[in-house]
Ligand binder design. Structure first.
Ligand SMILES: [Zn+2]
Ligand SMILES: [Zn+2]
Length: 68
């Protein structure tokens, strides 16, 4: 079986309705640093820098595996 490349994990704010991508740990929408309970890691395509859908990149169609 072919080994799939690993997705890049990116921190997002997870405090509904805010799901913004963090920049250096700071939420650009809320303008504060969310605590650990309200963070979520999203799998991203390392080359396109877009969030994956079911571990597949909507841009380059590459599939990934979640990092172990
Ligand atoms: Zn936020
Ligand atoms: Zn891609």
């Amino acid at each position: 079986m072919k080994q799939l490349p690993e997705a890049k994990m990116v921190m997002h704010h997870d405090d509904p309705p805010c799901k913004a991508r963090l920049h250096n740990g700071v939420c650009p929408e809320c303008e504060f640093v969310p605590d650990m309970q309200s963070l979520q890691l999203w799998p991203y395509c390392p080359s396109c820098d877009v969030p994956l859908k079911n571990l597949q990149c909507p841009k380059c169609q590459q599939t990934f595996q979640a990092p172990s």
